[in-house]
Design a protein around this ligand. Structure first.
Ligand code: SAT
Ligand code: MN
Length: 612
């Protein structure tokens, strides 16, 4: 390796030896340095000094701007074209295209490696290559899930400080032999000698490639979180789901929360919702009903494994929140606001007010003057959004005031209920309980939602988003449904499996007004869920599952009209009849691979709807 090697704790000058004797890791780092030819190689140690040095450098480059109103916090403004996950540029490079399935983009692994190797050749010229050792989930896990990200973006390195357990401790734990997922990232913007840098380097050509066979991730051209923080969606969901299939567990796009009733009874719930549909809000919810308490364990990703007691336990592999900023305020998510108020937060594509604090749409009164996410002067009359709809806050989980102690417990918590939810203006009632595990899998497999700004593309289009995992299933989605069904069979007793519920906070009336107030009021739905678990809440059996009777849902003090409540809970047979062909064509995409039980579930539903 010709590049200069240093650890980031010291100024990036003197040549020091790499801080590990892990031969496979050393060989890989040397190989990538040879290929990408950075000016220097820096091993990240995760220290406070490193954070200070890198953020100061990023401020000097103009990538970050300090937020005076919050301690140790910064705003990043991306290239206006590099603001979200790029699903059309995301690939599952399995050997057999069948293993990627009809919902993923596929390219042969050899071809992808060749193409991307050409792109990586010299791609870090003029830049620093950071080596970021990290662990998804607790370092104390029986088998810690290590990864190492090589990146030429200091923004990525500091974001990894927040989002993962990383640095010297992770590297030390890896010892000389531990398995790890190599995660290679380059923004793809080499600098010629003397060439001035831009604040947000990236490349028009983007690839987010996964090699499940080799458990490897290659990302090129984008600096945006979901494309560049490779421990997150790429490792913990796409590669994670493929590992989970082999090992008998589930990697899911789920929040994890603990709910305590006024009587002190404890429940653990996970919830799968597509990106930008309120997972973070639900994870930190402040119940509006007296005596109930919510504690947070995770807001985006859950790994579900069987415990020794035969129950399904969930743990959060992440160490921070990467939440959608717009719409977040003291009314919708006070605990997220308190989390970021403590500082140490990186904001991306939000506005900076003239008195030096962050602002975004939905956070109370707009400031008279601000700098918008593109760095332009902004006033409420400008007529544009001050913040990108997918702007984010990246903040340490430990700052969350309602964090449950078990967030760091490698075993996680035993799950009582799984919620599946989407954003649907019609058809899907507020809450429906599945008849059994397989019916719950059917609900997840047919989950649908209107698209959001979290991914590039048109917003507001209804699409199937199975288990809210459409962009994140690392193998054939039909096999993934099969794996979910197998998990139910693997259970010692189906009674020990979590009960499954389908929720929709986003149903609207004919005037387009939301029928259900949402946010903290969702605690009322959680209460009904726990009462169903306890067998105390009433339900009506409908063609689609068990729905609350109007009296069984606690709406006391809500001031909701009977008509609105009825409309929120309604199973509209016409709407469901219209939904059936959509589900049929969705299932048909999987051909013979779709588990036959899911066709049977659909047939049974049609029968109950009186359609055959
Ligand atoms: O863009 S991320 O994948 O980081 C967040 C999300 O879309 O859920
Ligand atoms: Mn997400």
């Amino acid at each position: 390796m010709s590049a200069q090697v240093t650890t980031a704790a010291e100024p990036a000058t003197g040549l020091t030896s790499p801080p590990t004797r892990h031969a496979r890791l050393l060989a890989w780092v040397a190989e990538i340095a040879d290929l990408t030819t950075p000016d220097q190689v820096v091993w990240c140690d995760g220290s406070r000094a490193e954070w200070e040095r890198l953020t100061a450098e990023l401020v000097a480059f103009g990538t970050l701007e300090p937020v005076p109103g919050k301690p140790d916090s910064f705003i990043a403004r991306t290239d206006p074209d590099d603001v979200a996950r790029v699903e059309e540029r995301t690939f599952i490079c399995s050997v057999d295209p069948e293993d990627a399935g009809p919902t993923n983009n596929w390219t042969a692994p050899d071809y992808m490696r060749e193409t991307m190797t050409d792109l990586y050749r010299g791609s870090m010229r003029g830049r620093t290559m950071y080596v970021v050792p990290f662990c998804m989930g607790s370092l104390e896990a029986e088998k810690p899930m290590f990864g190492v990200e090589i990146t030429d973006s200091a923004y990525v390195a500091v974001s990894m400080h927040i989002m993962t357990r990383m640095g010297a401790e992770a590297l030390e734990k890896m010892g000389e032999n531990a398995d790890f997922v190599p995660c290679l990232h380059s923004v793809g913007a080499p600098l010629e000698p003397g060439q001035a840098d831009v604040p947000w380097p990236c490349n028009e050509t983007k690839y987010i490639s996964h090699f499940p066979g080799d458990r490897e991730i290659w990302s090129f051209g984008s600096g945006y979180g979901g494309n560049s923080l490779l421990g997150k969606k790429c490792y913990s969901l796409r590669i994670g789901s493929a590992i989970g299939r082999e090992e008998g567990w589930l990697a899911e796009h789920m929040l994890i929360l603990r709910l305590t009733s006024p009587e002190g009874k404890v429940f653990h719930v996970t919830g799968a919702f597509p990106s930008a549909c309120g997972k973070t809000n639900l994870a930190m919810l402040e119940p509006t009903i007296p005596g109930w308490k919510v504690e947070t364990l995770g807001d985006d990703i859950a790994w579900l494994r069987f415990g020794e007691d035969g129950r399904l336990w969930a743990s959060n592999p992440e160490y921070g929140f990467f939440g959608v900023a717009p719409g977040t305020d003291y009314r919708t998510n006070p605990n997220a606001m308190r989390t970021i108020e403590k500082g140490h937060t990186l904001f991306t594509n939000v506005a900076l007010t003239e008195d030096g604090d962050v602002w975004w749409e939905g956070m109370g009164e707009p400031p008279a003057h601000a700098t918008d996410w593109k760095g332009q002067p902004w006033t409420p009359d400008t007529g544009t959004l001050s913040s990108h709809p997918n702007s984010r806050f990246c903040t340490p989980i430990r700052q969350c005031p309602v964090l449950a102690d078990e967030y760091d417990d490698p075993r996680g918590v035993p799950i009582d209920a799984i919620l599946f939810g989407g954003r649907r203006a019609d058809t899907i009632p507020l809450v429906t309980q599945s008849r059994d595990w397989v019916h719950g899998v059917y609900m997840g497999a047919t989950l649908s939602s209107e698209t959001t700004a979290a991914a590039k593309g048109k917003v507001g289009v209804v699409r199937r988003d199975p288990m809210a995992m459409l962009p994140f299933i690392g193998y054939n989605a039909a096999d993934y449904f099969g794996h979910w069904i197998e998990m139910g069979k693997a259970a010692v007793d189906e009674d020990l499996m979590p009960k499954v519920f389908y929720v929709n906070w986003f149903r609207r009336d004919d005037d387009g007004k939301f029928l259900w107030p949402g946010f903290g009021e969702n605690s009322r739905v959680l209460k009904w869920v726990t009462e169903r678990l306890d067998g105390t809440a009433e339900a009506v059996e409908t063609p689609i599952g068990y729905c609350p009777t109007p009296n069984s849902l606690d709406v006391s003090g809500l001031g909701m009209s009977d008509e609105d409540l009825e409309a929120a809970l309604k199973v509209d047979l016409d709407e469901w009849t219209a939904e059936i062909p959509l589900i049929e064509s969705w299932f048909a995409r999987f051909g013979d691979k779709l588990p036959a039980t899911l066709w049977s579930e659909l047939d049974a539903l049609k029968h109950r709807l009186g359609l055959e």
